[in-house]
Design a protein around this ligand. Structure first.
Ligand SMILES: Cc1cc2nc3c(=O)[nH]c(=O)nc-3n(C[C@H](O)[C@H](O)[C@H](O)COP(=O)(O)O)c2cc1C
Length: 332
């Protein structure tokens, strides 16, 4: 029988009900975005990246908002908190806090973020250039938490460089990492260009741990192709599901058509309500301006509609803009 995205698998001792995973998304992947992914079928979800220093120092926003995990999220499979940082002792302490104070099933470590603000501290993708330290950070997270630890990593820092591939092996062999999230683009290109599926396939064939593939996961055909071609354990969806949780359902065969405009608007309303619950009316009004374009794109909304939503300060203003929509002529 050929493998399918619906097949269950094991991550260390954890049962994962299928092979479709929500990727970590900084500033986005909070509890309600993860819960949304789960509602549409994702078998596993990873949080936005959280600073190990913020957790270690007990930063209030970090501990109350970024580490928040809702019980409902865990119903459909494991939930991870992704930590970043380059100090093994700080990572040990942060990982211990995550294990003690949250219901996270495992910890994911960020060794792929290309953003200069993160790399200049030696964290994120910069750890690829310091493999000994990267192994020490991963071992510290494992020892501190007692939870399974996974690492999300790039193919390398620069185009053509395979140092991330080599580090993935060391992380599994020397630090006991339970799985690798592999994004086979170099840090240099950030999120542009095609992921190197040949390198991912080589990693899958040679690594003694599951590989979760990230990069270019935009539509069912290319996702299924990447899954089959590389033999990866699971696929990790990122930009493809922004404002489009229906992609999870399409991949898992629970739906085969595009959502209607009414469904998209109802989903956006669900997001708006959760954002208010998460951060209160005032902050949610501003925060959601990042989310509106994804949903407006999905309904083929006009530039004028996008601009009108970007000009809103409050949820009520945004609701008024949306309520005035004539759904039939929405894209006019
Ligand atoms: C807005 C945004 C935020 C991201 N934040 C994180 C993050 O916090 N941690 C991480 O490991 N990767 C992060 N990534 C990388 C994604 O998880 C994923 O690897 C990347 O977008 C490639 O997948 P895609 O081509 O399917 O979007 C981010 C990507 C985007 C676009």
């Amino acid at each position: 029988m050929p493998r399918t995205l619906n097949d269950p698998w094991q991550l260390a001792h954890l049962h994962v009900p299928n092979r479709v995973v929500l990727a970590p998304l900084a500033g986005i992947g909070n509890w309600f975005v993860r819960l949304q992914a789960k509602r549409y079928g994702a078998g596993m979800v990873v949080s936005e990246m959280v600073s190990s220093f913020g957790v270690h120092h007990g930063n209030e926003k970090t501990t109350t908002e970024m580490l928040r995990i809702e019980p409902a999220e865990r119903a459909g499979g494991p939930v991870a908190i992704q930590l970043f940082g380059q100090e093994p002792d700080v990572m040990r302490s942060a990982a211990a806090t995550v294990a003690r104070d949250t219901d996270a099933d495992f910890i994911d470590l960020n060794m792929g973020c290309p953003v200069p603000k993160v790399c200049k501290t030696g964290a994120g993708a910069a750890l690829i250039d310091d493999p000994d330290l990267a192994v020490a950070v991963a071992a510290a997270a494992r020892d501190g938490s007692g939870l399974p630890v996974t690492v999300k990593i790039r193919s390398g820092r620069r185009a053509g460089d395979r140092s991330g591939f080599h580090l993935a092996h060391r992380l599994v062999d020397e630090a006991g990492v339970a799985a690798i999230g592999f994004h086979p683009r170099s840090a240099q290109v950030h999120h542009k260009g095609s992921p190197d599926l040949d390198l991912a396939r080589e990693l899958v064939a040679s690594l003694d741990a599951p590989v979760i593939l990230s990069g270019g996961m935009n539509d069912p055909d290319s996702i299924r192709h990447a899954f089959e071609y590389t033999g990866c354990e699971a696929v990790m969806l990122a930009r493809g599901v922004l404002g489009n949780p229906w992609l999870f359902a399409r991949l898992l065969g629970t739906r085969d058509d595009e959502p209607t405009t009414a469904e998209v608007l109802a989903e956006l309303e669900w997001v708006m309500q959760r954002a208010v619950e998460h951060m209160g009316e005032r902050r949610a009004g501003r925060y959601l301006r990042k989310f509106y374009p994804w949903y407006v794109d999905r309904i083929g909304g006009s530039k004028a509609l996008q601009a009108a939503l970007q000009a809103t300060d409050t949820i009520d203003e945004a609701r008024a803009v949306l309520a005035a929509l004539d759904v039939v002529t929405i894209a006019a």
